[in-house]
Design a protein around this ligand. Structure first.
Ligand code: FMN
Length: 265
């Protein structure tokens, strides 16, 4: 059986969670990378039978705007999907609600929703090393429950369609209207050690770094996703340490308690 993974994961935490969940399903998975600006997302049409996993990180309690813009172009054609939001142990606020709305707008049927924790991609002192062993076990159990629901609904087939019952008979946390999106004003720059290899420019999801001038990033385009920081082979790309420390202090209380993964289905 075929499956899809539609993922926005600039630094790999979201992908880790998505792989832990979808790895439990017996599916031949095709991946759609929402961080890749060269993809023609408008040409992607998911087949109705494909169980689709849609995973994004939470940025300020919202779906990253760039991920939403690209995802919106994909056609869901009534395929069943599992929506996943991954966050750095502060809060995910309206991310799952927004992702649910986006998935339905694209024509997917949401059968389950997961909120999971991964290491904070800016402030690595929060959720360090997550998803860890305990998370792996929990996500495995979630995946088993979701698979069971998917199979049950598959077997209802036609009858289900005729009854036109809503599959998503659960409510995910979050509010409408969503909270105001507040961009993180942290634009990484290259410091000593940059050899101008250009990997950061090639891998930037937002095309914010010019190959001719790799040290800087276009502040209007940069989404502070930290992809350039993690891909720099010289470890030369950094954010302003004082600004990061100030934000870290602001969210310290919210991040100090270990949050649990959540399943809605
Ligand atoms: C710009 C930005 C905003 C973020 N906002 C939040 C947030 O509001 N709450 C939270 O708990 N984590 C937040 N995080 C942490 C990420 O959601 C988390 O680290 C996620 O795993 C990153 O995904 P990735 O590793 O796939 O890039 C933010 C990270 C970035 C880069």
């Amino acid at each position: 059986m075929k499956g899809r993974q539609i993922i926005f994961s600039p630094t790999g935490g979201t992908k880790k969670v998505a792989d832990l969940l979808a790895g439990e399903w017996n599916l031949k998975r095709e991946a759609v990378d929402l961080t890749d600006p060269s993809v023609d997302f408008g040409s992607i049409s998911v087949e109705k039978e494909e169980l689709t996993l849609i995973a994004v990180p939470s940025y300020g309690g919202r779906v990253p705007a760039l991920a939403a813009k690209r995802f919106r172009q994909i056609k869901g054609n009534g395929a069943r999907c599992v929506i996943v939001c991954v966050y750095g142990n502060r809060a995910y606020e309206d991310t799952l609600t927004e992702l649910e709305d986006l998935a339905e707008e694209c024509g997917f049927e949401v059968i389950a929703a997961v909120a999971a924790i991964a290491e904070h991609s800016i402030m690595h002192q929060y959720a360090t090393g997550r998803p860890d062993r305990e998370d792996e076990q929990e996500l495995k159990e979630f995946a088993e429950k979701i698979w069971k629901k998917f199979q049950e609904e598959q077997s209802k087939g036609q009858i289900w369609e005729q009854e036109k019952r809503k599959i998503s008979d659960f409510k995910v946390p979050g509010n409408r209207p969503y909270k105001e999106s507040a961009p993180v004003p942290m634009v990484p720059k290259a410091e000593d050690g940059c050899n101008q290899c250009g990997i950061c420019a090639k891998k930037c999801p937002a095309e914010a770094i010019s190959l001719n001038h790799v040290q800087e990033a276009d502040e209007k385009k940069c989404i502070s996703c930290m992809r350039c920081v993690v891909v720099c082979p010289a470890g030369a790309r950094k954010i302003n340490a004082a600004a990061a420390a100030a934000v870290a202090q602001k969210i310290e209380k919210a991040c100090s308690v270990r949050k649990r993964n959540e399943l809605y289905c």
